[in-house]
Ligand binder design. Sequence first.
Ligand SMILES: Cc1cc2nc3c(=O)[nH]c(=O)nc-3n(C[C@H](O)[C@H](O)[C@H](O)COP(=O)(O)OP(=O)(O)OC[C@H]3O[C@@H](n4cnc5c(N)ncnc54)[C@H](O)[C@@H]3O)c2cc1C
Ligand SMILES: *[C@@H]1O[C@H](CO)[C@@H](O)[C@H](O)[C@H]1NC(C)=O
Ligand SMILES: *[C@@H]1O[C@H](CO)[C@@H](O)[C@H](O)[C@H]1NC(C)=O
Ligand SMILES: *[C@@H]1O[C@H](CO)[C@@H](O)[C@H](O)[C@H]1NC(C)=O
Length: 420
Amino acid sequence: MLTVAIIGSGMAGPVLALFLHKHSIPCVLFELRNPNSQQGGNIALAPNALRVLDHLGIYDRLRLRGYNYDELAFANGSGLVLGKLWNGSQKLYNFAALRIHRSIVKEELIRECEKKGIEIRWGKKCTGVEEEREGSAVIRFEDGESVEAQFVVAADGIHSKIRPFIFPGSDPTFSGLMGVMGTVMAEDLKSLGEKHGLDLPCMVFGERGSFAIMPANFSGNELGYFATLEAEDRGREGWQKLEKNQQELKEMLNERFLPEENGFPALVQELVEKTPTETLTSWPFMSVPHLDSWSSPKKRLFVIGDAAHAIPPTGGQGAAMAFEDAETLAYVLARVLASDFNANNLPDIVSKWEHHRHARIVKVIDFTTKNGDLRKSSPHYYEHAAKEWVIWATFKWMGPEGGAHWMYAYNAESVLGALA
Ligand SMILES: Cc1cc2nc3c(=O)[nH]c(=O)nc-3n(C[C@H](O)[C@H](O)[C@H](O)COP(=O)(O)OP(=O)(O)OC[C@H]3O[C@@H](n4cnc5c(N)ncnc54)[C@H](O)[C@@H]3O)c2cc1C
Ligand SMILES: *[C@@H]1O[C@H](CO)[C@@H](O)[C@H](O)[C@H]1NC(C)=O
Ligand SMILES: *[C@@H]1O[C@H](CO)[C@@H](O)[C@H](O)[C@H]1NC(C)=O
Ligand SMILES: *[C@@H]1O[C@H](CO)[C@@H](O)[C@H](O)[C@H]1NC(C)=O
C-alpha cells in the first residue's frame, strides 16, 4: 500500500510531493499526460505563490526565466494611465511579481521531483474512487489498475474525477468570460518605438473589455497579452476544439481589436495584427460551486487546487491557491503520519486545516470576482464612466497596495498555528 497517492502533476501535485519529500513521507504522482506534452500560455505568480516555491528552493531558478515586475498600470481606452497597483514588491513582500511561461514552471517542478527521486507515473488516467476504508482509500485507473494508499490527494484540476465522490453534483460551470493569449516580440512592433503612452505591464480597460499586456521573459522583449472576452458556452469538447483552432482565435481577436474605432490604444491593434497565429491559446473561465469540505467522510481523500475551488484567472491567484493548499496540506499530513499521532484526532486536524484555508479562499474569490466584473466590457457610456470611477477610487483610497496586502503577505507556514 502506498503512503500518499497524488493525482495530477500540474501545479499543486508536484508542489505537494516536494513538501512531503521534505518530511520524508513517500508518495507517487499519477498524471494523465505524457512528460513532453506541451501547454502554451503565460502565468503571473504573485508574492504568495513565489513564497511557496521559495520554501522549496525553486524560486531563484524561476526568477531568472521570467519577467520580474512590481507595478501593474491600469489605463483607459485612450491609454491614459488611471493608476498603478503593486502586484509584488521586494520591500513589502520580499518578492516582486513574476510573469513566466506556464510550461517553465511545470518543467522546473518536474525536474525537482526527479532530482529528489519522486516517482511520477505518466499516462495514468484516474477514473474515480473505488472505495474508502478505515485506514486507506482505493482509486481506479482507466487501464484497469486499482491503487490503495493511506491518503489520496486529488490535484487533478477543474474536471477532477475525485471531487464528485466528496461532493456529488459539483460540476464546473462556464462563467461567461474567456481569455485569449498571444505573444509578439517587442522588436516587431512599430508603435513601441513611438510614444504609445503605456507603461508595461499594463491592463487596458476599453469600452469592449480588457486587454493586458505583459512582458514574459527575463529581458522583457517577449510581450504576452491576455484579452478577456465575453463568450457563449461551447461545452467541454467545444472549448478544447477552439483551443486547437488558432485560426478561429485569430479571427475573434481581429474582429474585436482591428477596427480603427475599437476603443483601444494603437499598440493593442498592432499587437493583434502582428501576432504569429501559432502563439495563440485560449481558456474558458470556469467556476466550481462552493464546497463545504475538501475531504471525504473518513478523511482519506482530499481535493486541492482547481479541483477544490476554481478561481477565475482575473485575480492572478489560481496557481497561488493551488501552491498554498499543497504546502499547508503537507504540514497536516506530516503531523498525521508522525508515529505519535492518535488516529482519533484525524477529523479534528483536517477540519482545522479546512477552516484555515476556507477563510482565505473565500476572501480571494471575492477579490478576484470584483476584478472580473471590472474586466467585462461596458457598452453604455455611463457604465463605463462608473467603472473608471471605481478604478480611480481604488487607487485614491487604498493606495498602490490596492487593498491586497493580506493576499500577498500570506505565509503558508501560518497554518501550523491554526493546527495547534
Ligand atoms: C487562462 C488562464 C490564466 C491563468 N493565469 C493565472 C495567473 O496569472 N496566476 C495564477 O496564479 N493562476 C492563473 N491561472 C490559474 C492556474 O493555472 C490554475 O489555478 C492552476 O494551474 C491550478 O493548479 P492545479 O494543480 O490545481 O491544476 P492543473 O494545473 O490544472 O493540473 C491538473 C493536472 O492533473 C492532470 N489530470 C487531470 N485529470 C486527471 C486524471 N483523471 N487522472 C490523472 N491526471 C489528471 C492534468 O493533466 C494536469 O496535469 C490561470 C488559469 C487560466 C485558465
Ligand atoms: C481616458 O481618460 C481621459 C481623461 O479622463 C479622457 O479624456 C478620455 O476620453 C478617456 N478615454 C476613453 C477612451 O475613455
Ligand atoms: C527572453 O529573454 C531571455 C533573457 O534575457 C533571452 O535569453 C531570450 O532569448 C528572450 N526570448 C526570446 C524569445 O527572445
Ligand atoms: C495584479 O493586480 C491586479 C489588480 O489588483 C490584478 O487584477 C492582477 O490579477 C494581479 N496580478 C497578480 C499576479 O497578482
